[in-house]
Design a protein around this ligand. Structure first.
Ligand code: FAD
Length: 631
């Protein structure tokens, strides 16, 4: 065991993996401590990566040099672009992963990573000297005495494990995940360090045996053909692709649940932690939407050689016999056999408003927290937080300036901003609707937005950078060519236009202008353009080029709005400002502002509890009094 690693990462979940890989790749000696090394990379719940809003996070993580996108490509068994019929701003990638292969991929990546060692142990306490991180107290597996491990930075990614309690009906057992123990001591140590500890809850559905299900009674739900990769740096999907199935709950299912609702720990008052509203258990759905005759469910294979099915949509903590009763009412499930029952887990997390934009604790220099412990839910949210925390822990030890990104340039920025300023009322997950500038924050351009940062940080290698630069060049050249080349009226172009329901070409028109017609796509224009017109475009680059040209007007408007807001954030607050006069601010917020005397609007926005509405009220007040001045 390394005696004094530069960085200690607590946790081998999605956040811990990205944090430790980032720190080690930035050259810092890093120790990843986890309760069970064989569970590194375990998917606690759904065997999938991505989804609406979450796909964007994975692409951004990948663009910065994280691992999750590559792992998804290497172990994906079904890929789908969600919202593919909607605008490009809300399209998101998702893949079904082979659960065992995913964990194996992450374990071997960690094993192969220089400067990174894994220690199977339980961290009991975080140690500080003069308020700064100085080490941890750790109970190493097989040793009777706890050890002290000195270190300069600690990243806590304890997920759902701190004081974790699992519920299945009235049965309760300590544990952060099925078959694993709870982490005891760490949340007390965080409390002693001044953190506010909260209690949250999440749940998972039962797992069913595929051989006992009659899938002919469900609808086949295939993936995209061809599948689209997650990672900007991969070129092929290696594993065979499989189907999922779609079905619905019915009145009989809902009756079976209602009959025994009082036995759900959610409704008997046993569970006090707050669960995610947007990811409700099936009992919650039945109660909250009593008029809905059915709820959609997806049956998803857990792997290529696994007989386990993940029934997406029936997360539950009802007792085992009730789970058996209601699942058997589903089409094709009359004879279903269970591999594992669903359960809920309650766990301790912190109030992320105590963290800065680097995920460093404001009051304990050198201590970073990331993932579910910050009150989020989901692998993708956890992973990208881990990456940011790992990068900043490494920068801190190196004595270099911190790395942050704004909400105008990334979903990561949105996540950080929201977590560090909003009151946590339920587990936080990403949605595209959380981002104000989502037309600019698309999946396809995540590399254009973030890869240069990854390169500077040392997380993007030469081969990736060469590929990125080539893509950048193709897009820039493509834009120029489309803007400068005229398409002359001809029977060929008219045939294409009319076939798409567009008007024939009346006069010579620049290709860029033609592409802005809603009915016309880049692939249509390429059928009539001269050979080699835009160079050797791969489908992803063609997509980015098309969006950037088609929506250039809207994208430019967003750019101007972002610039306007950036300027506004530098707006100086007049020294004579009296917050008591501003209508629409809570008493608590007025007190905070009076106490903290922020110098600029940006300083106000970084105060926990300040909402966009409060910002508007302050701005309005300053403008009304004619006091607007850029600092
Ligand atoms: P985790 O994956 O929980 O990993 C935590 C790591 O910390 C583990 O490796 C553990 O061993 C280690 N650890 C903890 N304490 C210590 C200690 N003191 N010392 C050493 N190591 C320690 N997400 C969704 O998006 N949708 C869902 O429906 C959903 N349902 C879920 C249901 C269940 C039952 C569970 C358990 C989780 C569910 N999740 C769901 C959440 C998802 O699993 C997490 O968001 C994600 O795994 C969090 O990643 P993480 O890295 O923060 O923590």
């Amino acid at each position: 065991m390394k005696q004094n690693p530069d960085v200690v990462v607590i946790g081998g979940g999605h956040a811990g993996i990205e944090a430790s890989l980032a720190s080690a790749r930035m050259g810092l000696s890093t120790t990843l401590i986890t309760l069970d090394a064989l569970k590194i990379g375990e998917m606690s719940c759904n065997p999938s990566i991505g989804g609406v809003g979450k796909g964007q996070l994975v692409k951004e993580l990948d663009a910065l040099g994280g691992e999750m996108g590559r792992a998804a490509d290497a172990t994906g068994i079904q890929f789908k672009r969600l919202n593919s019929k909607k605008g490009s701003a809300v399209q998101s990638s998702r893949c079904q992963s082979d659960k065992k292969l995913y964990a194996r991929y992450m374990q071997s990546t960690i094993a192969a990573q220089p400067h990174l060692e894994v220690l199977e142990a339980e961290v009991k306490a975080i140690l500080t000297t003069s308020g700064q991180i100085s080490g941890i107290r750790v109970a190493v597996k097989g040793e009777s005495e706890w050890r002290t491990l000195p270190t300069r930075a600690v990243v806590v990614t304890s997920g759902t494990f701190m004081k974790a309690l699992m519920h299945c009906g009235n049965d309760k057992s300590a544990g952060g995940r099925f078959g694993e123990k709870a982490s005891v001591g760490l949340s007390d140590s965080l409390r002693e360090l001044g953190f506010t500890i909260q209690r949250l809850k999440t749940g998972t559905p039962p797992r069913l045996l595929a051989g006992s299900i009659d899938f002919s009674q469900m609808t086949v739900h295939p993936g995209d053909d061809p599948p689209r990769l997650f990672s900007f740096w991969n070129t092929e999907i290696k594993l065979p692709q499989v189907d999922c199935w779609l079905t619905y709950s019915n009145q009989e299912t809902h009756d079976a649940i209602r009959k025994d609702l009082h036995r759900s720990p959610l409704y008997s008052g046993e569970i006090r932690g707050i669960g995610p509203r947007y990811c409700p258990s099936i009992e919650d759905k039945v109660v909250k939407f009593p008029d809905k005759p059915r709820h959609v469910l997806f049956f998803e294979p857990e792997g290529l050689d696994s007989d386990w099915i993940y029934p997406n949509g029936i997360s539950t903590s009802l007792p085992a016999d009730v789970q058996e009763a209601f699942v058997k009412t589903l089409p094709g499930c009359q004879n279903v056999r269970f591999a594992r029952y669903g359960y809920a887990v309650e766990y301790d997390c912190i109030d992320p408003r105590q963290l800065s934009h680097t995920f460093e604790a404001k009051h304990v220099p050198g201590l970073f927290l990331a993932g579910q412990v910050n009150g989020t839910s989901g692998y993708e949210e956890a992973a990208i937080q881990g990456l940011l925390a790992g990068i900043n822990a490494a920068l801190k030890v190196k004595g270099e300036p911190p790395f942050t990104v704004s909400r105008a340039e990334s979903y990561l920025g949105v996540l950080v901003d929201d977590l560090t300023s909003m009151e946590l009322v339920e587990p936080y997950r990403m949605f595209t609707s959380r981002a104000e500038f989502r037309l600019s924050l698309r999946e396809d351009n995540a590399d254009l937005r973030l890869t240069p940062y990854g390169r500077v940080l040392g997380l993007i290698g030469d081969a990736e950078m060469a590929r990125f630069e080539r893509r950048q060049e193709l897009i820039a050249r493509g834009k120029e060519t489309l803007a400068a080349t005229v398409c002359k009226p001809s029977p060929a172009i008219d045939a294409v236009l009319v076939a798409n329901g567009a008007l024939a070409l009346a006069q010579p028109t620049f290709y860029a202008q033609l592409l802005r017609r809603p009915e016309v796509g880049l692939s249509d224009l390429l059928t009539v353009a001269p050979p080699g017109f835009l160079g050797d475009l791969d489908p992803d680059t063609a997509e980015t080029l098309e969006i950037e040209v088609k929506y250039a007007g809207y994208i430019e408007l967003q750019r101007q709005e972002i610039a306007r807001l950036a300027k506004m954030s530098r707006l100086a607050i007049p020294e004579t400002m009296d917050y008591r006069e501003i209508a629409g601010l809570s008493f608590e917020l007025k007190e905070k502002l009076i106490r903290q005397k922020p110098a600029t609007l940006a300083d106000i926005s970084s105060i926990p509890g300040v909402t966009p509405a409060a910002m508007t009220a302050v701005l309005f007040h300053i403008r009304q009094r004619g006091g607007a001045r850029v600092a």
